[in-house]
Design a protein around this ligand. Structure first.
Ligand code: HEM
Length: 437
């Protein structure tokens, strides 16, 4: 009754249920269809829709500056605290700028372009290992599908651990890398991400104890934790692992050993899933578009001096695989607001024919395309690893194309679908390619 008679958001359209309860939002989030459902609401109601009693979703990229950039952007939602680890807030989960600032500042030099470029040789060594493994799997496949998602995630994990933590986790040589269940478990907890803090721990605990893979998840999490503990302890005892490593830089500003372990575990997940998924999409798209593959291969093979990040068509291919006022209704203070990358990137007014694989669109992008590109988020809380992630994706793509391992391949399922949880998660955990004679 209170909502009927006094509702500060009553002028914002949306499904009636969203006015009274967040249950509908929790349900579509759990089901992995949040982005498509909310995007459909935008098509019906316009650029601002109410998705829960105190939550509004915007699809117009013009609001991005106000929400994420101006004066440091709005504070992150408290639901991020659901994924604190062992009671510690991380750079990712905290809403408190004063907590985040010293930690983010300590590690920032590692992600400056001049520093990222220093890691190229290490990253290329890992790419070469990945390609040798892919060649081996291709040779043995005898016309059967080959999953590249797990291999590319292993590559992202090894690249990140080698370049940022000082030691590779050595995941590539195995059929299924040992940290897989840890990464998968964090990704699937993303289905409960938006639950309020009083409810999340119980639901997550229950989901974990009934999970059919619970023993494998526990072993895999232990594997990741043991590795992280080892690299942190080495940075405590050996001077040379301080200035050039993520953990060393945190320890050097007085962050405790226990918190440093947590901060490193956090990026172990952040840096594995995104890179692996983007590279899998890229490989499948190139396999299914031979003409675009030839154009890219020509650019790569004719270049012997430039860094792969400076190749215009290659950058366009990577961008095309990655994928988050005026004239809008007033939204009162205290409302939770956000723009989804899904709605931004699939807006045909900004990205014509948004579902087509068209790297060419990035050769001369419009201002609106640049404004609405949100694959690393936007503003003060965008991805701290973006320069590193971007560089390693370009180097990985270059390595794949140079080796020509994708020639003759096609993707098994052109559309694998996705669970739209916090991360985009492949429903059957695979991105498969097939080489037929
Ligand atoms: C292709 C790879 C990657 C993609 C697509 C990606 C994407 C993103 C996005 C969209 C956000 C914003 C999330 C939000 O606001 O809710 C984010 C935040 C973050 N990312 Fe990444 N990321 C990638 C790789 C990495 C790597 C390699 C690292 C670390 C080495 C990393 C560390 C982080 C951290 C710590 C945050 C939280 C920043 C903050 O809240 O201040 N990411 N990432």
């Amino acid at each position: 009754l209170v909502r009927i008679y006094s509702d500060p958001l009553k002028h914002i359209p949306g499904p009636t249920i969203a006015r009274f309860t967040p249950l509908w939002l929790w349900y579509i989030s759990w089901k992995g269809v949040e982005c498509t459902e909310i995007d459909a609401l935008h098509k019906k109601y316009g650029p601002v829709v109410r998705v829960a009693p105190n939550e509004v979703d915007i699809s117009d990229g013009r609001a991005g500056r106000l929400i994420y950039v101006k004066n440091g952007g709005y504070l992150k939602s408290p639901v991020y605290r659901n994924v604190d680890i062992n009671g510690f807030m991380t750079i990712f989960t905290t809403a408190d700028p004063a907590y985040r600032a010293p930690r983010a500042k300590a590690v920032a030099p590692l992600f400056a372009n001049q520093q990222v470029i220093q890691t190229r040789e290490q990253a290329q060594q890992i790419t070469a290992r990945m390609i040798a493994e892919l060649e081996r799997r291709k040779a043995e496949s005898a016309g059967h599908p080959v999953d590249v998602l797990n291999l590319f995630r292993a590559m992202s994990l090894d690249t990140m651990s080698f370049c940022l933590l000082g030691e590779p986790l050595n995941s590539i040589d195995r059929e299924r890398f040992p940290a897989t269940d840890f990464v998968d478990a964090v990704a699937s907890a993303g289905r409960f991400f938006i639950l309020p803090g009083w409810l999340f721990p119980t639901v997550e605990y229950l989901a974990r104890i009934v999970h059919k893979n619970r023993h494998a998840i526990a072993a895999s999490t232990q594997h990741a934790q043991d590795f992280v503990t080892r690299v942190v302890d080495r940075s405590i005892s050996e001077e040379k692992y301080v200035a050039r490593t993520y953990q060393g830089r945190l320890l050097s500003i007085g962050i405790s050993r226990e918190e440093t372990i947590v901060q490193v575990l956090d990026i172990l997940f952040a840096g594995t899933d995104g890179g692996g998924t983007v590279l899998s999409l890229l490989a499948r798209l190139l396999a299914d578009h031979p003409q675009k593959y030839e154009r890219l291969r020509e650019e790569v093979m004719n270049n012997s001096t430039l860094d792969a990040q400076a190749l215009p068509y290659l950058s366009s291919v990577v961008k095309e695989s990655g994928m988050r006022v005026d004239g809008l209704p007033f939204i009162p203070a205290g409302t939770s607001v956000g723009i989804s990358a899904y709605s931004l990137h699939l807006n045909s007014e900004v990205f014509p024919d948004p579902r087509a694989f068209s790297p060419e669109r990035w050769l001369k992008p419009s201002e609106a395309m640049l404004r609405d590109s949100a694959y690393f988020g936007q503003g003060s809380r965008q991805c701290i690893g973006r320069n590193f992630a971007w560089a390693t994706l370009c180097w990985g793509a270059e390595g794949l194309v140079r080796s020509d391992v994708l020639r003759g391949a096609r993707s098994v399922k052109p559309d694998v679908g996705n669970h739209q949880w916090f991360n985009s998660v492949s429903p059957d955990g695979k991105h498969e390619l097939i080489w037929e004679d």
